[in-house]
Structure formats: C-alpha cells, structure tokens
Unconditional design. Structure first.
Length: 165
C-alpha cells in the first residue's frame, strides 16, 4: 500500500474509533525475548475488521538506534510516522519501547497475518525508520502466532503475555 493510502486509512480508523491509543501500559517495563528491557511510552490498538479473527496472527519485533537525535526527541518524533503504518492492511497493534540503558528503541507490532508483517518489513515506514537509524542497528524478527491460542501481547495488561513466543 502506498503511504498516502495508509495515511487516509489510519485517519479513518482513528475517527471511527477503530484505532485508539490507550494509556494503561505507559511506563510498564517489559523484558524482551532477547533479554533486553524496555519501558513502554506509547501503545496503539487497531480493532479487527468485520470477519477477521479477534487475535492477530503474527508478531513483528524491531530494534533500532536513532542517529542524530536524543531518545527524548525521538519519543516525540515517533508520532509522525504513525499514520504511515497504522493504516497498512493487517495492522493490529504496537507497543513503543525505549531501552533507557542503551538508547535503543523497540517496536512490538501485531499483524493480522505473517504476510502482513512481512509486507511491513518492506514498507515505506520501515525504510524511513532504517534511514534515520545508525547503520547496522536495525534488526527485526517475525513470529507467527496461533490466532486462537493466546491473548494479544499488545492489548494485554499482563506483562507475562509479552513473553509468549
């Protein structure tokens, strides 16, 4: 999907209440699968479309270190690309995290399918992130999840749900 279509779709979802930004997990510290820790500073949830399963089918974890910007500045700057990925087909949720010890950022995304997560890995938004990061600092992995077998980690209030890899 091109960036303009994603922008329109994300704003439509926001105005209809399908895209929301709950504050309940802000400040929560999460231990990631690689053993690093990050503090949640933002959360987005996108309700499934009619006919889609309630639970997402894939997780996408990205880690990166921003170049030429303080972590505090990036927390604010990271608001700008939201409409360019939140409107992509299959987007279901994201936790934004900062590893305060290293300055690395993490994004924990949930996508409707593995194919949607793979499409994001090659999207405008991911290219934009890579372009503003220290070369070699961007790494990601995609994990398929049984749609009916778990609680959403992005939507969960339970820290342990994030570990269910």
């Amino acid at each position: 999907m091109n960036p303009l279509r994603s922008f329109v779709a994300a704003n439509l979802a926001l105005f209809t209440g399908r895209l929301r930004f709950p504050r309940g997990r802000i400040g929560e510290v999460i231990t990631l699968p690689d053993g690093t820790r990050g503090r949640v500073f933002r959360q987005a949830l996108h309700a499934p479309a009619a006919g889609q399963p309630d639970q997402p089918g894939a997780r996408f974890h990205v880690r990166f270190h921003v170049a030429g910007m303080s972590p505090q500045a990036n927390v604010l700057f990271s608001l700008l690309p939201i409409p360019f990925f939140a409107g992509l087909p299959g987007f279901r949720g994201k936790l934004w995290l900062l590893d305060e010890a290293t300055g690395d950022f993490h994004g924990l995304y949930e996508w409707q399918t593995v194919a949607a997560a793979e499409a994001y890995a090659h999207s405008f938004a991911m290219r934009f992130m890579t372009g503003r990061s220290i070369p070699g600092s961007v790494a990601y992995d995609i994990t398929p999840e049984g749609i009916d077998s778990r609680q959403s980690s992005v939507d969960s209030k339970k820290p342990s749900a994030i570990h269910a890899h």
